[in-house]
Ligand binder design. Structure first.
Ligand SMILES: [Zn+2]
Length: 131
């Protein structure tokens, strides 16, 4: 899971900006400098859609300090409809109802209130797509 520092350092993360290799069309999120499939160095930036599918998930019961008070919660790998995979928290669904193959969409949510200065971090979380 990206740290709060990396969210701040890479504002494209907020906008879900991914890169697509001009050589082989493989997509990356976060964007890369060199394609790991064809070693290409030319990319076009595009903004991913919010839809995806749960590939796998796990329930965190003893989280690190910044997530104290939120456990247990689910973290999953989401295969975005646009190709890249993301690791993110899965919310708004009972933990036992999370399924592989479940359709989700990303929403911008509060992540946690950071220790001393009380800074509230925001990031994307996956919520179930309800028909
Ligand atoms: Zn490539």
């Amino acid at each position: 899971m990206p740290s709060a520092r990396s969210w701040r350092a890479y504002p494209q993360t907020y906008r879900l900006e991914a890169s697509r290799c001009s050589g082989c069309q493989k997509t990356f999120f976060p964007p890369r400098q060199v394609c790991n499939a064809c070693s290409g160095r030319e990319f076009e930036t595009f903004r991913m859609g919010y839809g995806g599918t749960v590939v796998t998930h796990t329930v965190i019961r003893t989280p690190g300090d910044q997530f104290q008070g939120e456990a247990p919660f689910a973290v999953g790998i989401i295969a975005m409809d646009d190709g890249p995979k993301m690791t993110t928290q899965i919310v708004d669904v009972p933990l036992e109802e999370i399924r592989i193959g479940m359709k989700v969409k990303l929403e911008f949510r509060r992540m946690y209130a950071e220790g001393h200065d009380g800074v509230i971090e925001y990031g994307h979380k996956a919520v179930p797509l309800r028909e």
